[in-house]
Design a binder for this molecule. Structure first.
Ligand code: ADP
Ligand code: ZN
Length: 517
């Protein structure tokens, strides 16, 4: 698993697994038969791509979607992974190149359209090249009663039998009949290890607070949980040491942990934490992997996590025993800026940086969500949920005002400029700022130019942040964070629906830094 976690960062550029991914990756890499049901957008492809890199030999990926296969192959190649596709969309040269790479034993992932399976040579080809894993995307296509039935999928079961290799099947379709049919047809009725789990951790209470007196906020939180085991995550090594000292000064059992410590000292803290009751570990994100303590009662973030995935993973260390656990995440202007800078100054290629900004934006959207935080969080991972009654926003709904007019203006600026710009430029238009860019593009002649003078730049940024948090618009990672409108925004634009915004974050917006554009 260490290797998988390492490849997650180096090859894919992610800082944490999404809910469910770690367990599935481990099972697939281990060579078990797996059926994983994950919502669309949940991150299925990583669950076979990453194990493919951990295993010897070639992983064959069967998918019905040619465009998607080509996209994935391109992305993998850009990340330095040897991947190829055999589909009807190939040119002769492309197909020749794939065969050459296969024969040379270079390929790690071979994407294949299901109709290939019908051709006689495929099985012997796969045997010869050393196929060691079959991954099946959109596995529900094997169901004869479903909408997406693909007769060619019926050949997959025979392929698995003849190659005698593990098979990992993925789908977003969760109903029981479809699952049963997948098991029958792909696994000959022998139950694979099945992952069908909501991502919700209902025993964990969720809360965010803007930083105002950050040290006091953490000390107060710890005080109310005196004697319980907890983790405080900090953004810097230095801070773990000062905050641990501050906690000790208040009479808590607390120690610090970070990647700069001697391995022995680190192991000492890990051992003490799992053995002792009521120890607080103040740590960087280096602490956690491999910590397998079921009764961690609370997790606090003294600084904003790196991404929404990192947030979920870090709070998820609390309450593994299922008993109530509590979390608190602080966020402030400085760490938003710090995270932006870390991304911008990192070594990642530009498209990866935009994706990182988008993930940070998602976390900010969660921080300033209007209603149930759990609903917002799970929604981001593709899961629908009812208001949970177990988060700070369900406990105390924030004060709201009618933001329909503001949101309509914000959307209109977006649409009239072809959904090609980020918040910075859109706000220039709204507040009537005649920048060079505005004049060059003739955006000072738009009807939206200057219609938003009633709000400040910072307040408009808060409006866009809340719109992102409500998924009314999304920064497009592929297009330098340009905002696109989502379907959810259409009724508001048409005047069929109104929308409320949080008053507190708009009022205090002057103190907040920019949404990255
Ligand atoms: P699906 O489950 O619909 O096949 P994908 O595999 O296409 O989903 O992943 C959806 C998106 O999530 C992609 O943009 C991918 O880059 C992103 N993603 C997947 N895993 C992670 C992760 N661990 N951290 C951050 N982003 C991730
Ligand atoms: Zn809630």
């Amino acid at each position: 698993m260490d290797r998988a976690a390492q490849l997650l960062g180096t090859v894919f550029g992610f800082d944490a697994f999404r809910p469910g991914q770690a367990e599935i990756v481990e099972a697939v890499a281990d060579g078990r038969n797996v059926l994983a049901i994950m919502p669309t957008g949940g991150g299925k492809s990583l669950c076979y791509q990453l194990p493919a890199l951990c295993r010897e030999g070639v992983t064959v990926v069967i998918s019905p979607l040619i465009a998607l296969m080509r996209d994935q192959v391109r992305a993998l190649r850009e990340a330095g992974v040897e991947a190829g596709a055999l589909t009807s969309g190939n040119t002769t040269e492309e197909t020749d190149a794939v065969f050459a790479a296969l024969e040379a034993g270079r390929l790690k992932l071979l994407y294949m359209a299901p109709e290939r399976l019908a051709s006689g040579g495929t099985q012997s080809l796969l045997r010869r090249i050393g196929c060691t894993l079959i991954a099946v995307d959109e596995a529900h296509c094997v169901s004869q009663w479903g909408h997406d039935f693909r007769p060619d999928y019926l050949a997959i079961g025979a392929l698995r039998r003849s190659l005698d290799v593990p098979l990992a099947a993925f789908t977003a379709t969760a109903d029981e009949e479809t699952r049963a049919e997948i098991v029958t047809r792909l696994f000959d009725g022998q139950a694979p290890q099945t992952f069908l789990r909501g991502f919700d951790r209902p025993n964990i209470h969720l809360a965010f607070q803007p930083k105002n007196q950050p040290r006091k906020q953490i000390l107060d939180f710890a005080e109310r949980r005196r004697g319980q085991s907890g983790i405080v995550y900090c953004g810097t090594r230095a801070k773990t040491e000062t905050l641990a000292a501050a906690l000790r000064a208040e009479g808590h059992a607390a120690c610090h942990y970070h990647g700069g410590m001697e391995p022995e000292a680190r192991r000492g803290v890990e051992a003490r934490f799992s053995r002792e009751d009521g120890l607080i570990v103040v740590a960087t994100v280096a602490f956690g992997m491999g910590i397998d303590k079921p009764d961690i009662r609370w997790v606090a973030h003294a600084d904003l996590p790196k991404s929404i995935e990192a947030y979920y993973q870090e709070i998820g260390r609390a309450g593994r025993d299922g008993a109530p656990a509590e979390t608190l995440t602080l966020y402030g202007a400085d760490d938003i800026r710090l995270r932006r800078t870390q991304i911008d100054e990192g070594l990642a290629p530009d498209d990866r940086k935009s994706a990182d900004h988008a993930r940070l934006n998602a976390l900010l959207g969660l921080a300033e969500a209007l209603r149930c935080r759990r609903q917002t969080l799970l929604g981001y991972f593709g899961e629908q949920a009812e208001p949970c009654g177990h988060c700070d926003l369900c406990d105390t709904p924030p004060e709201v005002f009618d933001g329909t007019e503001a949101v309509r203006k914000a959307l209109s600026a977006m649409l009239r400029t072809g959904e090609s710009f980020g918040a910075g430029h859109l706000i220039d238009i709204l507040i009537g700022n005649e920048t060079d860019k505005v004049k060059q593009r003739g955006h000072d002649r738009l009807p939206t130019f200057g219609v938003g003078k009633d709000l400040s730049r910072a307040q408009w940024q808060a409006v866009y942040r809340q719109m992102m948090g409500r998924d009314l618009c999304r920064p497009d990672a592929e297009r330098h964070g340009a905002f696109r409108m989502t379907e959810a925004a259409r009724p508001i634009l048409r005047g069929e629906e109104g929308i409320e915004l949080r008053r507190d974050t708009i009022q205090t917006a002057k103190a907040r830094p920019a949404v990255k554009t």
